[in-house]
Ligand binder design. Structure first.
Ligand code: SF4
Ligand code: SF4
Length: 233
C-alpha cells in the first residue's frame, strides 16, 4: 500500500510534472479548456464541437479563433508557462487542477530553501484492494529500470533475471524489458509473478518485496489511479 503524502517540487519541477501529466494522459480536453484562460488570460477560451470533434482556441481577446487540437493546446500551454511563468499562487491553482489534488505554494523543507509547490498526493489513505488489474492490464514492459536489474543481480535473483530482456552495449546493460519468456524474445502473456491469493478475488505478487520500481510506484496519485482504472480505495 503506497504511503505517499506530500511532495515538494521546485517551480521547474512542477512545470515538468505538468508536462509529464499532459504526455501521460491522452484525453483531457475539459481540463485544458479550464486551464487555457488561466494561462492566457481574460478573453482566451477553447471551443469544442463534440459532433465534429473539432477544437478551436482563442489565445487573447484580440486574437482570432483558430482550429486547434488537444496536442496543440498542451504544447501552447507548456510553451507559455515556460516563457512567462505565473506567480507561485497562480501556478499552484493550475497544478491543483492538473493533478486533481491540493497544491500550495511555499518554502521547501530545508531551512532557507527555495520556494516551490507542496503537492498533497492524496495517497496517504490509499488502500490497494489487490484486484490485480494493474498487473494484468497496464503496459509496464518498458518500465523496468537498469537499477532494478542491478538490484536483482546483487540479490542473486536469477529466477527474476531469467524473465528480463536486456539491451547491452559491450558488457553494460543499458535497457531492460519485462517480462520476457525465458529462452525467447517474446513477452510473457501475463506477469509470471502474479498469483491468486487464498482470499477470493484477490491477487498477490510473488516478488512483492523486490518488485520493479514501476510496480512499487503505481499508482502515483489519485488521478493516476482514476485514469488508469485502479480499483483501490
Ligand atoms: S511484478 Fe508483481 S507487482 Fe509487478 S506486475 Fe507482476 S505481479 Fe504485479
Ligand atoms: S489496480 Fe489498484 S487496487 Fe488493483 S491491484 Fe493494482 S494498485 Fe491495487
Amino acid at each position: 500500500m503506497p504511503k505517499k503524502e506530500r511532495l515538494f517540487l521546485t517551480f521547474d519541477e512542477a512545470l515538468d510534472a505538468v508536462r509529464a501529466d499532459f504526455a501521460h494522459y491522452g484525453s483531457q480536453l475539459n481540463l485544458l479548456a479550464v486551464i487555457w484562460p488561466m494561462v492566457f488570460g481574460d478573453g482566451a477560451y477553447v471551443l469544442k464541437n463534440a459532433r465534429s470533434r473539432s477544437v478551436w482556441a482563442k489565445a487573447s481577446a484580440n486574437s482570432k479563433l483558430i482550429p486547434s487540437s488537444e496536442a496543440d493546446l498542451k504544447k501552447q500551454i507548456m510553451d507559455r508557462l515556460n516563457r512567462l511563468p505565473p506567480d507561485p499562487q497562480h501556478l499552484a491553482r493550475i497544478c491543483r487542477l492538473v493533478f486533481g489534488v491540493r497544491v500550495t505554494a511555499g518554502p521547501g523543507p530545508e531551512p532557507g530553501a527555495f520556494h516551490g509547490l507542496w503537492i498533497d498526493t492524496g495517497m496517504n489513505d490509499f488502500t490497494c484492494t489487490q484486484c490485480g488489474r494493474c498487473c494484468r492490464t497496464l503496459d509496464y514492459r518498458d518500465g523496468c529500470r537498469v537499477s532494478d536489474y542491478q538490484r536483482w543481480q546483487d540479490l542473486g535473483r536469477t529466477d527474476i533475471l531469467d524473465w528480463v530482456g536486456v539491451v547491452r552495449q559491450g558488457k553494460e546493460v543499458t535497457a531492460c524489458r519485462i517480462w520476457v519468456t525465458p529462452g525467447t524474445n517474446d513477452f510473457a502473456p501475463t506477469c509470471p509473478w502474479l498469483a491468486r491469493s487464498s482470499e477470493p478475488n484477490r491477487y498477490v505478487c510473488n516478488i512483492h518485496d523486490v518488485r520493479p520500481t514501476i510496480c512499487r510506484q503505481y499508482p502515483g496519485s489519485r488521478k493516476h489511479a482514476r485514469l488508469t482504472g485502479c480499483r483501490g480505495v
